[in-house]
Design a protein around this ligand. Structure first.
Ligand SMILES: [Ca+2]
Ligand SMILES: [Ca+2]
Ligand SMILES: [Ca+2]
Ligand SMILES: [Ca+2]
Length: 369
């Protein structure tokens, strides 16, 4: 009896061991079937979708610009092509930067600096910013012989020529007047040692105007006299409905041209763009916003005084000359859409280069910096 019992126990033990080994084996072979964490990871995994075009992205964010409960994407991009992608649902986004009046140059949309070169399909004179360089490229223009023109430039530029292009410069009232001639496939490259600049072109009429192309898109000028605007040196966007009309508006902080921007409340201000009718309109000066010469990098919205009006805080200190130190600005919204800089009286006119965030650190119901 004892032997029989022992044999049965031994058989049972063998059976249990066999099942345990098989279970262990299956667990090692198919771990996800037995591990709920792994299953979750498999379901929540990310896949990479490649964008159709490569963008040199800097500032990037999301907000619902058109109040349709679908998040839209905006990029500021500092000195490359900016985008404002309206979400049309189902992973379909359309760039509406121009339609909404948010282009940096409304006359010549997309003319500002880009990492993309124009697609030179047709013979023509292509003038565009490529990264921080201004390029003047003749493309298959042999039939027109020499194409001549004059460009007004700052004194700080460096000029390179490729092919048989010629350029002669003379100084006039602290400007450089560059007379050039270019033909067939010649190229001129103009670069500033300081920062971006605004070249003013006066072309002679050897080439039909409809064969002159500006920017990477490109667009065409309506005159032989034009500027090729380098953009507004935008650095950050803060979206909110500032004037209570249920349309989102935007405040844009500008970099101030490497700290060299002049104090000009119309042309060299930051931007408060209100969404009116179907486009955004510049209401910065009317709103009492004065950038002065803040070489801005960061902007954030905060209701620092708890009056239910959003205020705007901008970072200014650049950390290197010529505006190494510059006081941050706190634009208090004292009435709907009306602002005054109170950073000095509130003690947050910090001058050092910095980044910042607002939070109620001590939980006393007011915002701290
Ligand atoms: Ca939307
Ligand atoms: Ca509004
Ligand atoms: Ca407030
Ligand atoms: Ca607090």
């Amino acid at each position: 009896m004892l032997t029989l019992f022992s044999n049965r126990s031994h058989t049972r033990l063998l059976l249990i061991s066999f099942v345990a080994v098989i279970t262990l084996f299956l667990t090692i072979l198919f771990p996800r079937s037995y591990n709920p964490v792994r299953v979750l990871k498999a379901e929540g995994w990310f896949t990479q979708n490649t964008l159709a075009t490569t963008y040199h992205l800097f500032d990037l964010g999301v907000t619902d610009i058109n109040n349709d409960n679908l998040l839209d994407i905006f990029t500021v991009n500092h000195s490359v092509r900016q985008k404002l992608l309206i979400n049309e649902g189902h992973n379909n986004f359309q760039d509406q930067l121009l339609n909404l009046g948010l282009e940096q140059s409304l006359n010549f949309p997309g003319v500002g600096p880009s990492d993309l070169k124009p697609n030179m399909k047709s013979p023509g004179l292509y003038i565009y910013w490529y990264k921080s360089k201004l390029v003047i490229q003749a493309h298959k223009l042999n039939q027109y012989g020499e194409i001549k023109g004059e460009i007004q430039l700052p004194e700080s530029v460096v000029i390179k020529t490729y092919g048989n292009g010629n350029i002669l410069t003379k100084q006039e009232n602290e400007k450089l007047i560059a007379s050039f001639s270019i033909h067939n496939n010649d190229q001129l490259i103009i670069e500033s040692r300081a920062f971006f600049f605004t070249p003013i072109f006066e072309l002679e009429k050897q080439i039909p105007l409809n064969q002159v192309y500006l920017g990477s898109q490109p667009v065409q000028p309506d005159s032989y006299n034009f500027t090729v605007n380098p953009g507004k040196d935008r650095h950050g966007m803060a979206w909110a409905d500032f004037n209570g009309d249920n349309h989102n508006d935007v405040f844009i902080i500008r970099g101030g041209g490497g700290g060299r921007m002049s104090p000009d409340p119309i042309n060299d201000n930051d931007e408060l763009l209100l969404q009116e009718q179907l486009t955004f309109e510049d209401r910065t000066f009317e709103a009492g916003i004065l950038k002065e010469v803040c070489p801005g990098r960061q902007v954030s919205l905060v209701d620092f005084d708890g009056d239910d009006q959003l205020d705007i805080y901008t970072g200014c200190g650049r950390g290197k000359p010529p505006r190494e130190l510059y006081p941050n600005q706190l634009h208090r919204q004292f009435a709907s859409g009306q602002f005054a800089n109170v950073s000095d009286e509130r003690g947050i006119d910090i001058q050092e280069s910095n980044t910042f965030t607002w939070l109620d650190a001590d939980q006393d119901q007011d915002m701290d910096l």
